[in-house]
Write a protein that binds this ligand. Structure first.
Ligand code: BES
Ligand code: MN
Ligand code: MN
Length: 456
């Protein structure tokens, strides 16, 4: 397949591609919000009819105990490899709404970027593949390899039903490799292949003092305050040097090699630029590690939210009955999410004063991965990225988590290649999420070239 005819097709149709992406982004498929359950379902149906429309052979919506999985297949090349494209059509909640310049589900194109919830995570990246496949089908009448597509609607809530579904459909999902575009490039114009992702342990801790709220004058001073107790406990989770104090937390972690540290250090990163990206006052992390090492290859412990007591406007004098926090730990190879969950619970119970009650709830988890770059799938991706961006791809890791990557490796036993099309400043999970139009269009060519290169 000539790269010119792909580019021609893209040039002729790019406006329509953008119109279609806008339609996709308009559907508020917020997986965590029960009030959006119908929108999530509608989004799955939208994806199904879109895939049928571009000429994919078999397209199905599979119900699960949660949100549906869209499964599609176009396997017309018995002598060629089979690649499985994974992505997610669900999105994070858009709140806080008043910080959006334009509403999250009314996509707005300005300054060469499309702003909407899900623009880059993950609808825009997934849609680039749909258009890459369309370009191949329309210019050649066929796909150069066999393609299977799995799009889930629960990635943002921990992919809770996906593993069971994969296990129930192992034969159907047989493939030679897996491709995922749900991560970022290292810098604008610098194509990247992500070879490592961190795992995740997400839990919630509740501390109860008195059995009901109390007048803080009548009782204060003689009863425990659960917010104070929880704050003291949180203070004992880490120390000033950024070290995590949970017993056994660092057991079995594979240390970074000097080669890998040197490779990280060779990438075009500056702490000044990074600080600007987060719009912050200063950086803080574990002593003895660089910023890239901290976010890519070191485990973390962060409170994601804290609540309890009176948080309304003005003042109310009260000793609350309960206080809660939600905690995430990002994990690296050698760690396991279930094991870290147990260690976390044991440590919290150990440090809790005996005059409060502690409840511990594990939300979801995912395992860390580092993949081998030495395989034909990655080489096809490198050639495709080079053609699309006219630059050699760099190998990077990322601090985010995609739980299914480890699952695919374990169950399907196929190499996974992560071709991130987003940018670091895309504001995933934040107000004003965006996807650069350049990345969308280059993503489409990258995708079309990738499937063509895989056939070689
Ligand atoms: N696409 C992200 C993960 C990601 C972002 C990987 C940027 C690499 C670079 C994914 O949708 C996500 O947000 N994952 C969650 C985990 C999930 C279990 C909720 C995350 O990382 O917090
Ligand atoms: Mn994502
Ligand atoms: Mn996400």
């Amino acid at each position: 397949m000539s790269t010119d005819s792909i580019q021609d097709y893209l040039d002729q149709h790019q406006e329509r591609f953008m119109t279609e992406l806008i339609e996709f982004l308009k559907i508020p498929s917020v997986s965590t919000a029960p009030e959006h359950a119908e929108d999530v379902q509608r989004c799955a149906e939208w994806v199904k009819s879109h895939l049928i429309g571009i000429g994919i052979d078999k397209v199905e919506v599979h119900p699960t105990p949660g949100h549906p999985i869209v499964y599609a297949e176009h396997c017309t090349q018995p002598d060629k490899p089979t690649v499985l494209l994974y992505g997610h059509y669900d999105v994070q909640p858009p709140e806080p709404l008043d910080e959006w310049v334009t509403p999250p589900f009314e996509p707005d194109v300005r300054d060469g970027k499309i702003f909407a919830r899900g623009a880059t995570d993950d609808k825009g990246q997934v849609f680039a593949h749909f258009k890459g496949l369309e370009a191949l089908l329309k210019t050649t009448g066929e796909l150069p390899v066999n393609v299977k597509i799995v799009l889930e609607g629960e990635e943002e809530v921990g992919s809770v039903n996906l593993e069971n579904w994969i296990n129930a459909h192992v034969d159907m999902l047989t493939c030679d490799s897996v491709v995922i575009s749900d991560s970022s490039m290292f810098a604008p114009g610098l194509p990247s292949i992500t070879y490592g992702l961190r795992g995740l342990m997400y839990c919630e801790v509740s501390v109860t003092g008195p059995g009901h709220d109390l007048h803080s004058g009548m009782y204060g001073g003689a009863v425990p305050n659960p917010i104070n107790a929880l704050a003291t406990m949180i203070g004992k989770l880490t120390d000033e040097s950024g070290k995590i104090l949970v017993d056994g937390f660092y057991d079995n972690i594979e240390p970074l090699t000097e080669e890998e540290r040197a490779q990280f250090a060779s990438l075009p990163h500056t702490d000044e630029g990074f600080l600007k990206e987060v719009n912050g006052v200063g950086l803080h992390g574990e002593d003895g590690f660089t910023t890239l090492e901290r976010i890519w290859a070191r485990p973390t412990l962060d409170c994601n939210g804290i609540y309890g007591g009176f948080t309304g406007e003005g003042a109310k004098t009260v000793i609350p009955s309960k206080a809660h926090t939600k905690i995430s730990c990002r994990l690296v190879p050698g760690q396991n999410s279930a094991d870290i969950g147990k260690k976390m619970e044991a440590y919290l119970r150990k440090i809790a004063p005996d005059y409060v009650k502690v409840d511990f709830h594990l939300h979801h988890g995912g395992e860390p991965i580092v993949v081998n770059l030495d395989n034909p799938t990655v080489q096809a991706a490198q050639r495709a990225l080079k053609q699309a961006w006219d630059k050699d791809a760099v190998a990077i890791r990322s601090g985010g988590s995609i739980p299914v990557v480890a699952t695919f490796g374990d169950i399907l036993n196929a190499p996974v290649v992560l071709i991130g099309l987003g940018l670091a400043d895309d504001r995933l999970h934040s107000p004003n999420e965006k996807f650069d139009v350049t990345n969308f269009y280059h993503g489409i060519t990258t995708s079309a070239y990738f499937y063509s290169e895989l056939a070689k």
